[in-house]
Design a binder for this molecule. Structure first.
Ligand SMILES: *[C@@H]1O[C@H](CO)[C@@H](O)[C@H](O)[C@H]1NC(C)=O
Ligand SMILES: *[C@@H]1O[C@H](CO)[C@@H](O)[C@H](O)[C@H]1NC(C)=O
Ligand SMILES: *[C@@H]1O[C@H](CO)[C@@H](O)[C@H](O)[C@H]1NC(C)=O
Ligand SMILES: *[C@@H]1O[C@H](CO)[C@@H](O)[C@H](O)[C@H]1NC(C)=O
Ligand SMILES: [Ca+2]
Ligand SMILES: [Ca+2]
Length: 842
């Protein structure tokens, strides 16, 4: 039996496998079925033909494990090669055509002749199968094939070597049985083992050919009505007309977040050829983060592999063809300007080289700053940059680089080269060039060692604004609210004694007292750890002394977690950490909270949030006024906000529910989508002890007039138990549109800022004793601009166990800004846990 043909036994079934919701062409647009140019019309008369080769290559490996003896195993190599002196016939797109079969037969003969010449390969060669043909340059055809070998498993690496040697020595392959049959450009490699899993029960193959001016939609089987099926291998062979490229753009992408299980791969080929892989993706990508690929030639392959468990919604993508010629490179002149890699921030195509010649006025020098730089790929060494790179005169850059990457040259001309190799693509870069005076590279600014220019006020302010710390070195004097580190850095006082080494030499953590605080435990090895880390199940001391003689159920204290059955347990923050700690399991009840659907992204980074990143964020509007405060979703009916948001003033009765409307699932102000829910309020419950002079107890509850449906875009945040500890020095996030009840500028897109929790004692000293135990302080962490992104009433989100987010605080104190020189003040939610429960039942 011919194993490579055995897959065809599925073909009679395959037409039935088509899910009617899987539409490759708009049904109404029958013209799209026809390809322009009459010669080819016959090939594309019907959908069935157009989607040729359904089930091509199916079951290549169904047999793979059928003969799985202890010693022998099957290996599949994929490959492509160029057949020269061979004009492309339209029928080569149709694997049922005689032309296809005739040429395929020649290829197979050639392959077996070639393998028979290698003593390493010939004993194990079983057979091959031609998967497709496509147009090559100057009267040639490219063929894509799969070859099967059956061999002792320990031969695998010798086999890989022999195959690599053979393809490198292309001459070998050019020695044909048939003197008129010439091949070159051979690429071959072993197929990824995850695509050959014996568990892959269903194998489907679709083919489609794009037209200019009309997009074709493809989607994972079942999308959008049902999740994809388990244990499937699906591939799409995508083609464009000669002289064009294939462009694949995902508008929805939602797979299991583990590429070892479910994943897609995009190839710059028509067969799963490792050397021509463009990307492998899994997980979820938000709609505003383009996942879009462009081929180097006129073909592309998309594959989807799913495993036996956890089926996700899948994906939908548009396929179009674009002209081969890509706009990139050129001459840039003037005093400054910007340029990007092709199609940034979509993925650049493989095998592309662009050259920019930058020229600024004579007498000046030129520098370029890369604001975004994403050119990572497996196998890249960022010191040598042999794969994809950018070269600025003699400086080569690759990998991921910080936005402070500046390259300057001492001339008025600069050459920037972008180069991508044949495998793996990334999003590329966006850059700005600027002319400067040789004598004054940074007019009225401070020049960092890396040639960046920053505002001089940012020198010695405790933040690394240059990115290389050069603005914070050799500081003579530190400000009033700063401490002077032993190594010369100035750091904000509020990072003193927070357990994090901010100075870099630990001097901000010295003289904090060797366990002088009674909230610390002295380990047997003289290390000090917070008292609540004792008996938490982890060896925090490092010598196990904090975990000696612990009982899990302990006598109740102020800091121990109380289970529903009134037992207390010693573990810190046991709620919703995925482990049952209470005997009655009450610590893991009501844990449908604090997780978000989208994984955080590299591209957006910065200050703007990714859509769906903060699904508990609410925008509170006053009718006819607009956005006034933020709030957090805690279940499908209740919100938490700040009490100061709901205090009446002369003009508006903020305390009255009928004046408010709440927008849930909102990302951009004014842009209501199907993900947004708008609700009126039924009730507002401010904390009875809210003090409008001191902002003590600045918290309020709001009840919606009708419940919302919880979705990927609207999801509650976890409420921390009364004893939940948010550690000093840990990072938390504040989010909002930057509004204050008093007005002021606000952003249209939801903003985020990372801040760090400040030691309460230190904060109280800095804030002239205005900090009560119901408040929590946090300071801006990252360099750059001040983080004024929190709305009054909005959430401070903190990671707990399992990457779950807890509501650590509510933005309080008027403007809600965390400024560099001043901490931001938040309502400490743990103090109000029982009050929230009492009033809302949540
Ligand atoms: C590679 O191929 C050449 C013949 O072209 C042969 O002489 C050589 O031994 C081969 N090397 C390996 C490692 O197989
Ligand atoms: C940088 O490259 C440009 C173009 O090749 C050249 O004119 C210029 O002199 C180079 N600058 C330096 C400092 O090497
Ligand atoms: C503490 O360390 C000493 C030796 O340094 C050892 O004798 C003693 O048993 C240790 N105590 C505990 C509680 O681990
Ligand atoms: C806060 O800092 C003080 C010293 O300024 C220190 O005694 C105290 O232990 C710190 N608190 C925490 C929770 O780290
Ligand atoms: Ca690459
Ligand atoms: Ca600084």
């Amino acid at each position: 039996m011919d194993p490579l043909e055995s897959g065809m036994r599925y073909s009679p079934r395959c037409p039935d496998d088509w899910d009617t919701s899987v539409q490759f062409l708009p049904a109404s647009d029958s013209k799209a079925l026809e390809k322009k140019g009459s010669v080819r019309k016959g090939v594309f008369v019907a959908l069935a033909v157009f989607l040729l080769a359904v089930c091509v290559m199916i079951g290549v490996l169904v047999w793979h494990f059928r003969y799985r003896h202890a010693t022998k195993t099957k290996l599949i190599y994929s490959g492509s090669m160029r057949i020269s002196n061979q004009p492309f016939l339209d029928n080569y797109e149709n694997s049922e055509s005689q032309d296809f079969k005739d040429l395929a037969e020649k290829v197979l003969q050639h392959l077996s002749a070639v393998y028979s010449k290698s003593s390493q390969l010939s004993p194990y060669y079983v057979n091959s199968k031609v998967q497709a043909f496509s147009e090559g340059d100057s009267q040639s055809v490219i063929t894509y094939y799969l070859s099967e070998f059956f061999m002792p498993s320990e031969q695998k690496s010798a086999m890989d070597k022999a195959m690599a040697n053979m393809t490198q020595q292309g001459r070998l392959l050019r020695r044909p049985n048939n003197p008129s049959f010439y091949v070159d450009d051979i690429v071959s490699g072993a197929v990824d083992s995850r695509m050959l899993r014996s568990s892959l029960a269903v194998r489907q193959s679709f083919a489609l050919h794009c037209q200019t001016g009309s997009a074709v939609t493809l989607q994972s089987p079942g999308f959008p009505n049902s999740p994809y099926s388990p244990n499937t291998y699906t591939e799409w062979l995508l083609r464009a007309d000669p002289g064009h490229r294939v462009k694949l753009q995902f508008d929805t992408f939602n797979l299991e977040n583990d590429c070892g299980k479910d994943f897609i791969r995009v190839y710059d080929s028509l067969v799963a050829l490792e050397q021509k892989i463009m990307a492998e993706k899994c997980g979820v990508y938000p709609p505003n983060e383009p996942l879009s690929f462009v081929s180097s030639g006129n073909v592309m392959l998309l594959t989807l592999v799913t495993n036996e468990e956890k089926n996700f919604p899948g994906f939908r993508a548009r396929v179009t063809q674009i002209p081969q010629k890509i706009e990139c490179g050129g001459t840039l002149t003037g005093l400054k300007g910007t340029f990007t890699s092709p199609d940034f921030p979509s993925y650049y195509p493989p095998l592309l080289r662009c050259v920019w010649n930058i020229q600024v006025p004579t007498g000046k020098y030129v520098k370029v700053q890369f604001k975004k730089f994403l050119m990572s790929e497996p196998g890249q060494n960022i010191n040598v940059c042999r794969k994809d790179y950018v070269q600025v005169n003699t400086t080569k850059l690759c990998g991921e680089r910080s936005p402070s990457t500046v390259v300057s040259v001492k001339s008025n001309k600069m050459e920037v080269i972008f180069d991508s190799d044949m495998s793996y693509v990334d999003r590329g870069f966006s850059a700005e060039f600027q002319a400067y005076e040789p004598s004054d590279p940074c007019p009225e600014k401070f020049q960092c060692r890396n040639d960046m220019c920053i505002n001089p006020a940012l020198k010695c302010d405790g933040w690394n604004d240059c990115g290389d710390n050069s603005d914070e070195k050799n500081c003579v004097e530190c400000g009033e609210t700063q401490i002077k580190c032993k190594n010369g850095f100035c750091k904000p006082k509020f990072w003193q004694c927070d357990g994090v080494d901010d100075c870099g030499d630990m001097s901000d953590e010295e003289s904090c007292g060797q366990c002088k605080s009674k909230a610390e435990f002295l380990c047997n090895n003289t290390k000090c750890i917070p008292e609540n880390k004792k008996c938490n199940g982890y060896d925090d001391c490092g010598d196990g002394s904090d975990e000696k003689g612990c009982t899990r159920v302990v006598a109740c204290t102020d800091t121990s977690y109380k289970c529903k059955n009134s037992q207390c347990i010693s573990k810190a923050n046991p709620e919703c950490d995925g482990e049952k700690d209470c005997d009655d399991g009450s610590d893991e009840v009501d844990c449908e909270c604090g997780v978000r659907p989208y994984k955080s992204s590299r591209i957006v980074g910065g200050q703007a949030a990714v859509e769906g990143e903060w699904p508990w964020q609410v925008s509170l509007h006053i009718k006819n006024v607009g956005h006034v405060c933020g709030a957090s979703v805690i279940n499908n009916r209740w919100l938490v906000t700040a009490a100061h948001c709901v205090q009446d003033d002369k003009e508006i009765k903020y305390s009255q529910p009928q004046h408010w409307e709440a927008y849930l699932g909102l990302h951009i102000q004014g842009k209501i989508t199907d993900k947004t829910a708008k609700r009126n309020l039924k009730r507002i419950i401010p904390h009875p002890y809210y003090n409008e002079y001191t902002y003590d107890n600045d918290i309020a509850l709001m009840e919606l007039d009708s419940p919302v449906t919880l979705t990927q875009s609207i999801w509650p945040i976890c409420l921390p138990s009364e004893t939940h500890e948010f550690e000093v020095g840990s990072s938390v996030w504040i989010t909002g549109w930057g509004a204050t009840r008093e007005g002021g500028s606000s952003a249209t897109t939801l903003q985020k800022a990372e801040v760090r929790i400040i030691n309460q004692t230190v904060c109280n000293q800095l804030m002239s004793n205005q900090i009560t135990s119901r408040m929590l302080c946090a300071g801006v962490l990252s360099g750059g601009v001040d983080a004024c992104q929190g709305d009054s009433g909005g959430p401070m989100s903190a990671y707990g166990a399992n990457r779950r987010l807890f509501l650590a605080g509510v933005v309080s104190w008027g403007d809600g800004c965390a400024r560099r020189d001043k901490p931001g003040i938040y309502t400490r939610v743990t103090k109000f846990r029982s009050w929230i429960k009492e009033k809302s039942g949540v």
